[in-house]
Write a protein that binds this ligand. Structure first.
Ligand SMILES: NC(=O)c1ccc[n+]([C@@H]2O[C@H](COP(=O)([O-])OP(=O)(O)OC[C@H]3O[C@@H](n4cnc5c(N)ncnc54)[C@H](O)[C@@H]3O)[C@@H](O)[C@H]2O)c1
Length: 392
């Protein structure tokens, strides 16, 4: 085959963007042949856009049986990813799945098992791996540019969301519909990049605050402290309730540090290993030579489009996948462990037992959202901006 026929399952925010890129011919070798959505309104919106140039399906089963596609992009709410992916794979259809791959580590292991057994291609939409800033950081760590890594710290709380966002779809921010909050919806990209650059931590203690800033059941404020087998440590702070937000990633090692903010990487490198300086310098607080370099790597093109191209080339020509399906297991191992640590109030080994996480998750209760924000426990009782406003 020299053309990959795609169907998109879930024509919502993300699925409609992916469908548009393929339909518009921006992915060489790919054509859009079908869209599937269980919501009639979403299908009607797609029909208005694409007319009779493609086919429409109300259920994924009908789509799979139709033999109209060689590959699917799954862009539905998280819990549905596992069943849809496995059913597609059983029909010999390749799967590119939106993040997170699933909710539970055990689900994503099953998806990978079926992909292996059925021999279909399985990739993930971890589009931020296409950002050259993170590619460069991974290369520095892999090549030892920063020496022995001591600490990884990421403040990633520019995922601000309002109550209107959470109210926009019934599945959002619920344990039963979404399976988690900021760790599962917004931060999976960052959790994936963390493990992609640093590898997996060995243990962690996490604090996941549920409904702290919004009227939601799931967590919207998280701090994770993690430890590595070689003594390195990591802190990961994320929230959807702070504005303006910060996205600052710092990796420090024995040869210096890399600080990444606003799309720039600032490298500050020593000429001698700090561990050597520590035990050989005659001064108490030496002033060492530091070489500073600032770079601003620019992406070649839009990240999601790059993943679509990479997956298509992988299916057609065997190009190496940037985000293979197995990688979806690792970021979930981190978030599943963070939940268990927070719910049990103790440090846990990573990964946690899958049965422990699955049991605790199924016991989580959803609160019902209240349209009246005055009844919202997270809503402020007074308007701070009125009390503290300064007239410039
Ligand atoms: N990679 C990114 O940058 C990025 C950004 C936003 C969202 N996402 C991910 O994309 C996915 C979808 O998020 P969204 O914001 O587009 O949600 P959305 O609610 O806008 O769209 C989901 C669509 O899926 C449909 N759907 C639900 N169950 C279905 C099923 N069983 N079969 C067919 N259709 C079904 C719904 O009717 C809806 O139209 C999530 O996994 C989310 O985390 C990724």
């Amino acid at each position: 085959v020299d053309t990959l026929r795609y169907a998109v399952i879930g024509h919502g925010n993300m699925g409609s963007a992916h469908a548009g890129q393929i339909f518009d011919g921006n992915v060489p070798g790919a054509v859009l042949t079908a869209i599937c959505d269980i919501d009639e309104k979403k299908l009607a919106a797609a029909k208005e856009k694409y007319g009779d140039k493609i086919e429409y399906f109300k259920t994924a089963d009908e789509l799979f049986k139709s033999k109209k596609c060689d590959a699917v992009v799954i862009a539905t709410p998280h819990y549905a990813h596992t069943e849809l992916a496995i059913d597609a794979m059983k029909e010999g259809i390749c799967v590119l799945c939106e993040k997170p791959a699933g909710v539970r580590v055990s689900d994503v292991k099953k998806m990978n098992l079926v992909a292996r057994v059925s021999g279909v291609k399985f990739g993930l939409m971890f589009n931020q791996r296409m950002n050259p800033v993170f590619g460069a950081l991974k290369m520095y760590v892999d090549m030892g540019v920063l020496g022995q890594i001591k600490h990884f710290t990421w403040i990633i709380n520019n995922w601000y969301r309002t109550q209107t966002y959470y109210n926009s779809a019934g599945w959002r921010a619920t344990w039963k519909g979404e399976g988690g909050g900021v760790l599962l919806n917004q931060a999976p990209h960052n959790l994936d990049l963390w493990q992609w650059i640093m590898g997996m931590p060995e243990s962690m203690r996490a604090f996941c605050h549920e409904g702290k800033y919004h009227n939601i059941a799931v967590e919207d404020d998280v701090t994770i402290y993690a430890e590595y087998a070689n003594g390195a440590t990591a802190t990961f702070i994320t929230s959807t309730g702070e504005y303006p937000g910060t996205n600052r990633l710092e990796i420090s090692g024995s040869m210096g540090k890399a600080v990444c903010e606003d799309g720039k990487i600032k490298l500050s490198l020593l000429t001698e290993d700090e561990r050597f300086i520590c035990f050989n310098s005659e001064e108490a607080m030496p002033k060492e030579k530091v070489i500073s370099v600032e770079i601003e790597p620019k992406p070649l093109e839009e990240e999601h489009l790059m993943v679509l191209k990479n997956f298509t080339n992988h299916c057609l020509f065997g190009e190496e996948l940037v985000a293979p399906g197995e990688e979806g297991i690792k970021s979930l191992m981190i978030s599943n462990a963070a939940y268990v640590s927070s719910w049990k109030g103790k440090t846990v080994k990573v990964p946690v037992k899958e049965s422990t996480f699955n049991r605790l998750l199924s016991g989580k209760k959803d609160i019902s959202r209240d349209a009246d924000s005055s009844k919202n426990p997270a809503a402020p009782t007074s308007n701070y901006s009125e009390r503290w406003s300064v007239r410039w």
